[in-house]
Ligand binder design. Structure first.
Ligand code: NAP
Ligand code: HSE
Length: 431
């Protein structure tokens, strides 16, 4: 017998949960039409039922007891928007074991436990959807799983953290201070509960692991993804980038090289004309390079209540449709076999270096000598602020392996004429 109504349990009513609640309750009658069945919110798990909410919610729906939702046989779909690794992972597992459909926005759980949870979902004939876990409102995961299923993906890369992009954009366009902009991003609900996850690059690393897992059909061990955040980016870096014709973005890059995959997250200089250079504020963009399709670009809000709520509700409708059609347990593609990740030392990039040096004859020879000795060719060297006490050198290199750059930085650090390596930032998007 076809169900007329599907009951949904929500775990979490913060930024994303409130977006989901609004979309489900603000009278969009097409949701039921698209799902083929009415969706009824039966319970909402929170930590503190007395807390002031972003939405007006019927207090009788709130509970602090996860068993009320996970143990309720009437609830067919559980939506996890609590965040954090535990207890979110355990609740997802419990829901799947009970044969419930699950939707999650949790990149930490999916990046660390996606393979085993998807396996469990298959075994239990359930679905586990996680579109909102990467790039907020941009429908990139289902696109990789379904529309691009026929592609041999060569690369997937882009800007996948809204908070850091918001910060870098405001530092660049308004000359604002890092801490001030971070507070704004937190107030707008973009940042993770612990914003270090955003700033230090961990959030983008988790999203890249998920993207690469779907794009290349592999499992990506998180600890093998190179991760550097934006903590050390200064106003001087942003100014130097602008003068040389670049912008600074936190990039997430996964590229296939035969059987192996390069996977890295770090700030980078991008030419001002690059398609990703104009992606500003909380916006994200993901580029996919496929052997047959060529290059595709996906752009949209990467965080926030309503865009992320939209991605979650889209998954909820997909879960309801599968439930209604008796076609559960078929959504789990990707994460298939253990991936071989190329160590960062072997990855080739170009670099921008800024050195503070002694304003003495021979200093340029010292620098070019170190570069030559470590096999790093120079593309340009500009001398700035030659003063009584110091001078600045702005250097752009040709492509070289990361291990050569690391050796170069160590060699420069040993030279008495080099007072400081003030910046070393990869340059991307120029071949
Ligand atoms: P949030 O604003 O901190 O909300 C978390 C919600 O979960 C709160 O309602 C909290 O209850 C509840 N909660 C947390 N731990 C709980 C526990 N142990 N028991 C019961 N309830 C608990 O987080 P969010 O920004 O909505 O993010 C939720 C998830 O979506 C995270 O995985 C995040 O990475 C992901 N995500 C967020 C965004 C975004 O733009 N914010 C975008 C994409 C994905 P109380 O309200 O009572 O404290
Ligand atoms: N903290 C995340 C970000 C939320 O800023 O991108 C969206 O995943």
């Amino acid at each position: 017998m076809l169900q007329k109504r599907i009951k949904v349990g929500l775990l979490g009513l913060g930024t994303v949960g409130s977006g989901v609640y609004r979309i489900l309750t603000e009278g969009n009658t097409t949701l039921g039409e698209k799902a083929g069945v009415d969706l009824e919110l039966k319970g909402i798990l929170v930590r503190d039922p007395k807390r002031q909410r972003l939405v007006d919610v019927d207090a009788s729906l709130l509970t602090t007891d996860p068993g009320t939702i996970l143990g309720d046989e009437d609830i067919d779909i559980v939506v996890e928007v609590m965040g954090g690794e535990e207890p979110a992972r355990s609740y997802i597992e419990e829901a799947l074991r009970a044969g419930k459909q699950v939707v999650t926005a949790n990149k930490e759980v999916m990046a660390k436990h996606g393979a085993e949870l998807l396996q469990l979902a298959r075994e239990r004939g359930a679905d586990l959807f996680f579109e909102a876990s990467v790039a907020g409102g941009i429908p990139i995961l289902r696109t990789l799983q379904e529309s691009l299923a026929g592609e041999e993906v060569e690369a997937v890369y882009g800007i996948v953290n809204g908070t850091t992009n918001y910060i870098l954009t405001a530092m660049d366009s308004k000359g604002l201070d890092f801490a001030e902009v971070l507070a704004e991003a937190q107030a707008l609900g973009y940042a993770e509960a612990d914003p270090t996850a955003d700033i230090a690059g961990h959030d983008a690393t988790r999203k890249l692991a998920i993207l690469a897992s779907l794009a290349f059909n592999i499992q990506v061990p998180l600890d093998q993804v190179h991760c550097a955040g934006i903590e050390e980016i200064t106003a001087a870096d942003i100014e130097a980038a602008r003068e040389l014709g670049y912008v600074i973005k936190l990039l997430a890059i996964a590229r296939r090289d035969g059987e192996r995959v390069e996977a890295r997250v770090h700030p980078a200089f991008l030419p001002q004309g690059h398609p990703l250079a104009g992606v500003d504020g909380v916006y994200n963009a993901v580029l996919v390079e496929g052997r047959a399709v060529g290059t595709l670009m996906f752009y949209g809000a990467g965080a926030g209540q309503m865009p992320t709520g939209s991605a979650v509700v889209g998954d909820l409708i997909a879960a309801a449709r599968n439930l209604r059609a008796g076609a559960r347990g078929n959504n789990a593609t990707g994460f298939a076999r253990e991936g071989k990740i190329i160590p960062m030392e072997e990855v080739e990039t170009r670099y921008y270096l800024r050195l503070r040096v002694a304003p003495e004859p021979g200093v340029l020879g010292t620098v070019t000598g170190c570069c030559g000795a470590e096999g790093v060719e120079l593309a340009s060297l500009d001398v700035k602020n030659w003063g009584k006490d110091s001078a600045d050198l702005h250097i752009r290199t040709q492509r070289a392996k990361e291990k050569a750059f690391r050796r170069l930085l160590a060699a420069l650090g040993r030279e008495p004429q080099i007072y400081a390596v003030e910046s070393a930032i990869p340059i991307e998007g120029e071949g």
